[in-house]
Ligand binder design. Structure first.
Ligand code: SF4
Length: 472
């Protein structure tokens, strides 16, 4: 599979034919979706909280400059350093400078989508510094040289047998005859490997779920505690975050955390919610000597000024991935981008340009489930439609698609012609599929029938049946 958004159609076809991946996606559908449903059922005020969360995100984005400035003031007052970075190059350079100043050889890393966005691991490695992912899923995919396939469950595309194979290939110093058939054995081995890395690390890099303007604090949520060891044990802690992660106050962060955990994993609260404000102070028993925050723009200021700026309100819960029928059929890698699913289909064109990502806004049935489950009520279907419109305007869909849409538009403006054409086509399809009740192939609809049968129509259009119904 080629991880490039330009190859989305081929990637999607490969994903549909991958039996391992299809099993993994089936497990995902059953797990997170059901836990979220139960968690919401236990909290009658969930919808009111979502309204409040939506207001917080809208208000913050409208006053982003002020809140970022306040965050910087408070973070610096607490002894931290804030680095404003326009793009990935600047962010990578800032991280490397800090690592070099600390004479770092090994860097531990907590899960960070911004780290993926700027490819920080590859950059550090190319500059002689060993980055070690410490989230279990991220650790597994780092060993395999893969990208995350889900925003909160990065190795969800893998079976435990595949993980065991990777451990055997990479942990060659261990007994080749050891048992790795149980998840607990895999976990114990990863823990043993990572413990040494935690103790050796000079710098720890984490992302941030939120940055609090009121106090200059960064927050991370994890279920493994790896984030705490990453930011507390090394001498230097670097937080890499994009601009929109800021929220006004601790109270606002508390509201967002309540909807985040329930939407993401169906937990009432994530196992570890860690607040960091500046480096270790006199009297603190642990913590880093230095605390840096990398604030990344990377096209977001421009995005905010356009039609889809609301996407920056996303709090990265991943609920839309778990519910999206398209993600559920093809997984995350097919999108060829760090960000997959409906949110990724809006954000990726903004980060990489619509020309290279024009397939992604089409990767949606526009069923609306993403908006329905989003804890901050982002209107994702509307944003996807905006991008489809933009792509059509720029000629991205190609000459044949444009010709077909023009023909459709021509007939749609002429109701008699439209109804006649629809009736003929339907009668033809009905006759063709009458014997079996379904169609294996339809000329021009190969993308559909390659992986699914098409139910044969019953013979009359909806309007014809409706008129007949009114007469009777
Ligand atoms: S768009 Fe909404 S549902 Fe999707 S990850 Fe962001 S906050 Fe969660």
């Amino acid at each position: 599979m080629n991880l490039d958004s330009r190859n989305f159609p081929a990637n999607a076809r490969a994903a549909l034919g991958d039996a391992h991946l299809q099993d993994a996606l089936e497990r995902l559908r059953g797990g997170f979706v059901e836990s979220r449903r139960q968690a919401i059922g236990r909290l009658p005020e969930f919808d009111a909280l979502r309204d409040r969360a939506q207001l917080i995100r809208t208000h913050t984005l409208a006053h982003l400059d002020q809140y970022l400035q306040r965050f910087e003031e408070r973070a610096v007052a607490a002894g931290g350093h804030v680095h404003w970075c326009r793009d990935a190059d600047e962010a990578r350079a800032a991280v490397l400078d800090i690592c070099r100043a600390a004479d770092a050889k090994t860097v531990t890393k907590g899960k960070s989508m911004i780290g993926e966005e700027i490819a920080i691991n590859e950059y550090l490695q190319a500059n002689g510094i060993e980055p070690v992912e410490t989230d279990l899923g991220e650790y597994i995919i780092q060993l395999r040289g893969e990208a995350p396939s889900h925003i909160i469950a990065p190795a969800t595309h893998l079976s435990k047998e595949q993980v065991a194979d990777s451990f055997r290939q990479r942990h060659t110093e261990l007994d080749a005859a050891r048992s790795l058939s149980e998840p607990a054995e895999l976990l114990a081995e990863a823990r043993q490997q990572l413990r040494q890395k935690f103790l050796a690390a000079d710098v720890g890099i984490t992302g941030a779920n939120f940055l609090i303007a009121e106090t200059g604090t960064s927050i991370i949520v994890t279920n493994e505690g790896n984030g705490d060891l990453t930011q507390i044990l090394p001498r230097v802690h670097i937080v890499i975050a994009s601009l929109e992660k800021v929220v006004p106050s601790l109270d606002d962060a508390a509201t967002l955390l309540r909807v985040l955990a329930r939407s993401a994993t169906g937990q009432d609260i994530t196992a570890y919610t860690t607040f960091s404000t500046g480096p270790r102070r006199a009297g603190d028993i642990d913590g880093p000597d230095a605390y840096h925050v990398i604030l990344l723009d990377n096209g977001r200021t421009e995005l905010m000024a356009g039609d889809n700026g609301e996407i920056l309100g996303c709090i990265r819960c991943g609920a839309r991935l778990n519910h999206c029928p398209v993600y559920g059929a093809i997984g995350g890698h097919a999108y060829g981008s760090v960000y997959s699913g409906p949110m990724g289909s809006v954000l990726t064109p903004a980060l990489k340009g619509l020309k290279s990502a024009h397939h992604l806004p089409q990767a949606s049935s526009l069923c609306g489930i993403c908006e329905e489950v989003c804890p901050v009520r982002l209107p994702l279907p509307r944003m996807l439609r905006n991008l489809r419109f933009e792509a059509a305007e720029s000629g991205a869909p190609g000459a044949l698609a444009r010709l077909l849409v023009r023909l459709w538009a021509f007939s749609a403006r002429r109701p008699r012609l439209y109804h006649f054409g629809a009736g003929v086509k339907l009668a033809w399809l009905a006759a063709w599929g009458r014997r079996k009740g379904y169609l294996r192939t339809i000329p021009g609809f190969g993308a559909w029938t390659r992986t699914r049968d098409f139910p044969a129509p019953e013979g009359r259009t909806f309007i014809a049946q409706w008129k007949a119904g009114r007469r009777s």
